[in-house]
Design a protein around this ligand. Structure first.
Ligand SMILES: Cc1cc2nc3c(=O)[nH]c(=O)nc-3n(C[C@H](O)[C@H](O)[C@H](O)COP(=O)(O)O)c2cc1C
Length: 349
């Protein structure tokens, strides 16, 4: 089950009993990756997403990991810093969001709650992200440290490991992609420099919790959130070779999942195999048949099913027995309570 933001945390961005129930219902997945969970307030870009930087947040997540483990499941936490994709209303003292370079992604919207702050939650709305300011070198070091702290908190909270959110146009990808990183210091310019933040974060979390508990999500061809690289095959294969040297457990590739999205070629997928010897996971519009093909052709070791898992808590059982699937209700993806969250029926109910 790949990471899916559902925006249902409680005040203080703390995971709830309802979230524990939701994840436990899906414990028959071979591996659950939690929704993106921010490593700091600065790393938050959407209303009501859970954090993993305070003691209360770690305790909230403990309810989730316990419930999943009791049902025999495994769960990793997806560690998230959104970088520029945020809004002043979510930031401390209304400050600007941060980014490698002060570039706005025009038309990119974030989900904010301008009516209710704290325990009173409003209805939320989608608005243009706020203009970011450029990170200073020392601030970058501080963020690397926050990743390591969040990883430690994740292990304390009972997660089996962590997945760095290095995909979909958020902070790590903003450093990697040439279109979002115009820095002239050691974090920008050459490919080696654009991969430096990735290297420092992966090294820091590996030292904190052990590299065998670390995975990363990448989205080589995505243009989501306005993050574009001029030569993604060269860039992301270099990243994969670096991650191979660092020896982490897996790379989880988010394939583009919207209409007319660029498709990853077979040769690109084969090159990933060459570059990275650990586990390769792919997600994005997979069906049972497409998943079987990817496994048989040897491109992938594991396949993630996202939206099908939202609507089918017993998805592995249904796929195994070729049973029909419930359809997800999009209007209930973000925010709200149990409706469209924990009330999807299993085949036996
Ligand atoms: C409601 C929703 C929330 C998502 N949130 C995240 C997220 O927090 N982190 C992430 O890396 N991907 C996120 N994704 C992308 C999914 O992990 C997955 O890659 C995508 O849904 C494609 O897989 P699918 O076609 O099987 O749904 C989200 C997708 C959906 C539908």
């Amino acid at each position: 089950m790949p990471p899916m933001t559902r925006s249902r945390s409680a005040a203080g961005e703390v995971a709830t009993d309802l979230m524990a129930e939701y994840y436990a219902q899906r414990a028959s997945a071979g591996l659950i990756i939690s929704e993106g969970t921010q490593i700091s307030q600065q790393g938050q870009g959407y209303a009501w997403t859970p954090g993993i930087y305070t003691e209360a947040q770690a305790q909230g997540w403990q309810k989730v990991t316990r419930a999943v483990h009791e049902k025999g499941g495994k769960i990793f936490a997806q560690l998230w810093h959104v970088g520029r994709i945020s809004h002043v209303s979510l930031q401390k003292d209304g400050q600007s969001p941060v980014a490698p370079s002060p570039i706005v992604a025009e038309g990119v919207k974030v989900f904010v709650d301008l009516e209710g702050k704290g325990s009173e939650r409003g209805t939320g709305s989608m608005i243009q992200h706020s203009p970011p300011r450029e990170l200073a070198g020392l601030e970058i070091k501080q963020i690397v440290h926050e990743y390591a702290h969040a990883a430690q908190n994740a292990i304390k909270a009972g997660f089996d490991g962590i997945e760095l959110h290095g995909a979909n146009g958020y902070l790590i990808e903003q450093f990697i992609d040439s279109g979002t990183n115009h820095r002239r210091d050691e974090y920008g310019g050459s490919l080696e420099n654009r991969l430096r933040f990735l290297k420092e974060v992966v090294t820091a979390v590996s030292e904190a919790i052990g590299k065998e508990r670390v995975g990363i999500r990448q989205a080589p061809l995505t243009t989501l959130m306005g993050a574009v690289d001029e030569d993604p095959e060269t860039t992301y294969l270099a990243a994969a070779r670096l991650l191979n040297e660092l020896g982490i457990a897996y790379i989880h590739i988010a394939e583009a999942d919207w209409e007319d999205a660029p498709i990853m070629s077979v040769s690109f997928k084969e090159a990933y195999r060459e570059a990275f010897k650990g586990t390769l996971i792919y997600s994005g519009k997979y069906t049972r048949a497409k998943a079987e093909e990817a496994l048989q052709k040897g491109w992938a070791d594991l396949i993630g099913f996202g939206r099908p898992f939202i609507a089918n808590p017993d998805l592995p059982y249904r796929l195994k027995h070729n049973l029909p699937l419930n359809e997800p209700i999009r209007e209930r993806f973000f925010g709200g309570g149990s409706q469209g969250y924990t009330d999807y029926p299993t085949i036996q109910s």
